[in-house]
Unconditional design. Structure first.
Length: 365
């Protein structure tokens, strides 16, 4: 595939793969953001779509939300354009978080100054100092596009361009305690393991005490050799996280939702492969190529502890980025695995047909 860029359009748990010419990094139809300049400084970013390349380094762009009182389309130099930033939903923001708030059809930088009930926050604009109350849905963490990489301002670590959904953020587990998260005796936590057969699982427990940079944890369900006494283990900080928030499930789950299923004494990450009824689902575990039935009460929405905060896959589509060959290959393998499972009557036809319809490339390397 020499001479071609691979871009992906990411929705929750679905990735569509397409090819574009290297003549421009932004092909027709690409979702982008355009800088609003004041005194040669960027003060906001406006969502836009590339209508077509014009000449040299200029593009004709369209603004789906308008652009304040300006035209709904205009010609923009490529130096004032960037890809759409990572769009993962934050379960909750913190005071002094560097964020962007959606106001007047654009994303404006600022900080969280107060936290209010019902997922609302006081947002202070960086440009004017004006304070407004915004709902969580109109706020996002601030990222800067530097040297073709996304850099999260608050956490000071770089994200490769293909990390635009929580599904791709999971390999960044080594960063999960960079925020200095510390636990004390009595804290409720969850613990993971690198041991074979435990990948993708989190086991609930309580911190007994800290031991240097590690923590002594007593598990809720795992037992010691006598099968009666709760098991205690000393856990490194890279394998421990707070208990995730309880996210209400008001309308059930749908096919391809990423969830955690409670089985074998822990929470295991999986994907809804079939809706049996409003209280029962089939769940596919990619790591083990298995599928099992679960009641609604045995499932929870999946979220990840990244950079000291809880994040989950965004419900909004529209992210354009560039994946690694490894990430695309992994998705192609998942389709192949599901097809194989269906051949042995282990996977539902609905999820196989849905994934098979995706335009994956015939060759990844």
């Amino acid at each position: 595939m020499e001479g071609v860029d691979i871009n992906i359009y990411i929705m929750p748990s679905i990735v569509l793969v397409m090819e574009t010419s290297k003549r421009t990094p932004y092909a027709k139809g690409t979702h982008i953001e355009v800088a609003r300049l004041e005194a040669d400084s960027v003060v906001a970013w406006f969502p836009a779509i590339v209508a077509k390349p014009i000449w040299k380094n200029n593009l004709l762009v369209e603004y789906p939300f308008g652009k304040g009182s300006e035209l709904c389309n205009e010609i923009i130099n490529i130096k004032h354009i960037r890809p759409c930033p990572p769009r993962a939903s934050v379960i909750s923001f913190c005071v002094n978080d560097d964020v962007e708030g959606f106001q007047d059809d654009g994303w404006w930088p600022g900080k969280i100054t107060e936290i209010h009930p019902k997922l609302t926050y006081t947002f202070k604009l960086a440009t004017s100092g004006k304070k407004v109350q915004l709902h969580q849905n109109t706020l996002r963490l601030r990222y800067d596009w530097t040297d073709d990489q996304w850099k999260q301002v608050a956490q000071q670590f770089k994200l490769p361009t293909f990390l635009t959904s929580v599904a791709f953020l999971r390999p960044l587990a080594i960063f999960q305690n960079l925020s200095g998260t510390k636990f004390t005796g009595g804290d409720r936590v969850e613990v993971s393991s690198d041991e074979e057969g435990f990948h993708g699982a989190w086991f609930q427990g309580t911190v007994v005490k800290s031991v240097g940079h590690k923590f002594l944890v007593e598990y809720d369900a795992l037992k010691d050799d006598d099968e009666i006494t709760p098991l205690k283990e000393t856990i490194g900080e890279e394998h421990i996280r707070p208990s995730p928030p309880a996210i209400p499930v008001t309308n059930g789950f749908k096919v391809l939702d990423e969830i955690d299923a409670y089985t074998n004494d822990g929470w295991w990450v999986g994907v809804i492969s079939e809706v049996l009824d409003d209280q029962k689902y089939k769940v596919y575990f990619k790591a083990y190529k298995e599928q099992n039935d679960f009641e609604l009460e045995q499932l929870r929405r999946h979220c990840d502890w990244v950079g000291g905060r809880w994040m989950q896959a965004s419900p909004e589509p529209g992210i354009i980025s560039t994946p690694t060959h490894e990430s695309v290959a992994s998705l192609v393998m998942m389709v192949a695995e599901l097809k194989l499972c269906y051949a042995h009557r282990k996977a539902s036809k609905s999820v196989v047909d849905g994934l098979s319809a995706l335009p994956f490339p015939q060759q990844v390397i």
